[in-house]
Design a protein around this ligand. Structure first.
Ligand SMILES: [Zn+2]
Length: 259
């Protein structure tokens, strides 16, 4: 990745949070806010992938394959990359044994500080048919964890119909997320901090309960009768917690007594 490409990614990441007038201490606060906002948005998008089909915008087998594997937030990034492949102009360079090398000129639209810019880029992609490895000079897979438009273009050029499995990282596979959500007996500390993460974990676990309980009518009836009690418990403990917080705030804000 070139310095300008890295700079574009950084600008994109902080877009809307940081300006040239932001001080260092404000920067730290806004950095945390920026990460949390993205975290919440990704969680929300990933929940959607559990019960809705991704909208396919092409007839590409790559898009269909990715829709079945990726969490929704990751699929959206992948789909954008695939569609942007339309702006690539390939040039065959050489075929050397199992390796095919292409050079791709691409026209890419990027947002820098809220301003849209059109850039021309040149990248070289090599595909090794024997090892099913594809490498691009933009190093998208190494830096972002998913294949770039150039690599996908080269795979299609070489007649590959399925992206090799190793290019779908475990951390963005919805089947693994779902399984981890069900099997993890300990909830990670960072997942406790965000309401949307807590919500996602509960949904995963409750889905499993629903799956099991719906198999037999007696279990279904039993669970259905239990739900109002669980809800009542949650509402009561919520009330107790908010009273405790109010009391703590009142003590904290009370003026100090002078003797
Ligand atoms: Zn690339």
């Amino acid at each position: 990745m070139s310095t300008s490409q890295r700079s574009e990614s950084i600008h994109h990441f902080f877009d809307g949070f940081v300006t040239t007038k932001t001080t260092l201490s404000e920067f730290v606060t806004k950095y945390v806010m920026s990460i949390e906002c993205r975290f919440e948005a990704e969680n929300h998008a990933n929940l959607k992938s559990l019960d809705t089909e991704a909208y396919l915008r092409t007839s590409s087998p790559f898009e269909k394959q990715a829709a079945g594997i990726y969490t929704r937030s990751m699929f959206n990034k992948f789909q954008h990359e695939l569609l942007e492949g339309a702006g690539c102009q390939p040039q065959f360079i050489e075929a050397n044994g199992p390796c095919v090398t292409l050079r791709l000129k691409s026209f890419e639209r990027v947002q820098i500080k809220g301003v849209t810019k059109d850039l021309q880029k040149m990248n070289t992609v090599t595909y090794n048919k024997d090892s099913a490895e594809v490498e691009c000079t933009c190093r998208s897979f190494q830096f972002r964890g998913y294949l770039c438009r150039h690599a996908m273009w080269a795979l299609q050029y070489c007649g590959v119909e399925k992206i090799p499995d190793k290019y779908f990282l475990n951390r963005w596979r919805k089947d693994l997320r779902y399984r981890e959500g069900l099997e993890a007996s300990v909830v990670r500390e960072e997942d406790r901090k965000h309401p949307s993460s807590r919500y996602t974990i509960l949904i995963y676990r409750l889905m499993k309960v629903a799956q099991e309980a719906s198999s037999f009518e007696s279990q279904f009836d039993h669970l259905l009768a239990e739900i109002p009690n669980i809800l009542l418990n949650v509402m009561q403990s919520k009330k107790v917690t908010s009273v405790q917080i109010d009391n703590r705030n009142a003590q904290h804000n009370a003026p100090e007594r002078t003797v």
